[in-house]
Design a binder for this molecule. Structure first.
Ligand code: ZN
Length: 616
């Protein structure tokens, strides 16, 4: 990181803070007890033992301390369900026990940990154990993995779950580097969002270093029966043996994606980019843990049509990991920019037709989402209060944020907007930024330099008003228009020509079939294209959702199996939501859910129990 950017940025930030009504980004995170204006923790040293029998991590977190206020004698951290046995400070060349206090638990935020640090020390060490129910960890028994030989565990820290496995100042306004020592049973491999060895000795003793400063939600760990396969000299896949070859084949385009992104937005600054395949219970599509994205196996579809997810996680290496939202109210700065960059990567590698289809599919999802969201939750710079960010998860920060950037690109022209974005990533590299700071930067570096193109009123409408502006882009796709024409012919008894169709066309076709489609036509489609048994998890999802609406019985067994084997929330919760609409289906869904629950991640459990047991 070049020093001149730092100096420039500090000067710039000072101007913004003096001029804008916004407070410092540090004071704005309602989801953390950290008091960064008093003490910060820029480096962490973790020492952890993975105890699969107890479903616990046990060990110490040691922090370097930087005092921002002369009279600070305590450091405030976030925890959830942690058992703290001891706190120490480094003083007179030795570790000395110090007092600490855990506050009463807050339902969303967890427990504030206050540790006395006196006036002189610059290191604190906390001895702790996690709870088997830690919200940021999932523990799978050997029977819940494919090979049945070893158990598996993985973390999901975003947004505020790092505190359930590390006592930490859990706010994205903080950046820290980390080193870690991790012990597992021999024969298993531990990996982290850090420098992973490509030739590990499976002795159960692993050490890691993450030299670039990252926000706490990007600290990640996984351990299981893992093998490695290199795709290129800077990209490798880590996975359980059963899927390693398929995943490496599926994601062969990753190195080309890195090159394409660097050409548009500047250097990749994280050294290697590796991918980890998680078990099917991973609740998300992917998680952009730096140097090692965590990915659901449901995108290993065998046809390379779902790799926009890899483009998305890779894009976070610029938007999100390099330039980070200062609080969860600013999530759109991570996800909107990333969805935009993702689509530009797809266009660069696979052309405009495919990128346009993906944009149009995202837009349909956004419209569906907005129909059931309260208007206030369709605002980009959302008012969260102390609601859990997971509870308001939607496509709004992703696709509405993306459409805002598409709007700006259309108005200013691609070349001008690309130059602006590249400069933005440079100027805020390895920093956290609030919506107010972004607006000030946009005003100065894009709006003022190109007067009378977009007004600040329009920017404010995009960022602070619900819904979409009347002149928002409305992405459509010629390929989808063609699909709709074919559908009309097919509904009248004609044949479908699908040889050239990818997942995108199929999704559009199934999602837009008329809801009064006859059972004869459902069966006709299924017999010809084997949709009930589709190996593509997204196509199967769309078909199964329709099958629920239509009470199409031949799909019942697959539906049950699907819900029992996949825990990716985006794929299962729309199915449970649809099932919950009729008493008979709800009863059936509850039975399946109870059977599936032990294999679901805590997050997937929370979301779907709210759908199936709303009265609780
Ligand atoms: Zn993302």
């Amino acid at each position: 990181m070049a020093t001149k950017y730092n100096l420039k940025q500090w000067a710039y930030a000072a101007t913004v803070m003096a001029a804008a009504s916004s407070q410092s980004a540090w004071a704005e995170d309602a989801h953390s007890y950290a008091k960064l204006q008093e003490v910060t923790t820029p480096h962490l040293e973790l020492d952890l033992t993975v105890d699969f029998e107890g479903k616990q991590l046990r060990g110490t977190a040691t922090y370097d301390l930087v005092r921002k206020s002369d009279d600070a004698t305590t450091v405030h951290m976030d925890t959830r369900e942690l058992t703290i046995s001891k706190a120490e400070i480094w003083q007179d060349n030795a570790w000395q026990e110090t007092s600490f206090k855990l506050a009463e638990p807050h339902e969303t935020l967890g427990q504030e940990l206050t540790v006395s640090i006196g006036e002189a020390t610059d290191k604190v060490r906390i001895h702790y154990t996690t709870a088997p129910t830690a919200s940021g960890l999932q523990w799978l028994s050997p029977e819940q993995t494919k090979s049945v030989k070893f158990p598996f565990m993985f973390s999901q820290s975003q947004p505020i779950h790092a505190r359930s496995w590390i006592p930490i100042q859990d706010t994205p306004a903080l950046r820290l580097t980390y080193d870690a020592t991790v012990r597992t049973p021999a024969g298993m491999l531990a990996v982290m969002s850090a420098d992973n060895s490509l030739d590990p000795e499976l002795d159960g003793n692993y050490s890691f270093s993450m030299p670039q400063p990252i926000p706490p939600y990007l600290i990640a760990i996984a351990a299981g029966e893992l093998v490695v396969k290199e795709i290129s000299d800077n990209v490798a896949v880590f996975a359980e043996p059963y899927i390693i070859d398929d995943a490496a084949w599926e994601w062969a385009d990753t190195p080309a994606m890195i090159t394409a992104t660097e050409e548009m937005y500047g250097p990749y600054r994280w050294d290697r980019y590796d991918l980890l395949v998680l078990p099917p219970s991973f609740p998300f599509g992917g998680m952009e843990n730096p140097r090692l994205s965590f990915i659901t196996p449901t995108v290993v579809s065998g046809d390379r049509t779902l790799i926009n997810l890899i483009a998305h996680e890779l894009a976070h290496s610029w938007s999100g990991n390099l330039v980070t939202n200062a609080s969860w109210r600013d999530l759109w700065l991570n996800e909107g920019f990333t969805s935009y960059v993702e689509n530009r990567i797809m266009e660069s590698l696979f052309g405009e037709r495919r990128a346009q289809m993906e944009l149009a599919l995202g837009y349909q999802d956004l419209l569906d989402n907005m129909e059931r969201l309260a208007p206030k939750d369709t605002v980009l710079n959302i008012e969260l209060g102390t609601r859990h960010p997971d509870d308001v998860f939607s496509q709004v920060p992703y696709v509405k944020g993306q459409l805002f950037l598409v709007y700006l690109e259309n108005k200013f022209g691609r070349e001008t907007f690309d130059n602006f974005l590249r400069q933005y990533f440079d100027d805020f590299a390895f920093q956290s930024i609030s919506t107010a700071e972004f607006k000030a930067y946009l005003a100065r570096h894009l709006l003022a330099k190109n007067p009378d193109v977009v007004s600040m009123d329009k920017v404010n409408e995009w960022i602070h008003e619900p819904g979409l502006p009347a002149d928002a882009p409305k992405p459509t796709s010629n390929a989808f228009a063609e699909v709709e024409k074919q559908m009309q012919r097919w509904l009248k008894g004609g044949q479908l020509t699908t040889q050239e169709w990818t997942t995108h066309e199929w999704l559009h076709f199934i999602n837009n079939l008329p809801l009064d489609i006859s059972s004869v036509n459902m069966r006709r489609l299924d017999e010809q294209f084997n949709l009930t048994q589709s190996k593509n998890a997204e196509i199967a999802h769309a078909w199964l959702k329709l099958a629920i609406v239509k009470n199409y019985e031949p799909a019942r067994d697959r539906l049950r199996n699907y819900l029992l084997t996949i825990g990716r929330n985006k794929l299962v919760s729309p199915l449970y939501r649809e099932l919950a609409k009729t008493p008979d289906n709800l009863k059936w869904a509850r039975e399946v859910y109870q059977q599936a629950k032990p294999g679901y991640h805590p997050l997937t459990q929370t979301v779907n129990e709210a759908l199936l047991y709303p009265e609780q």
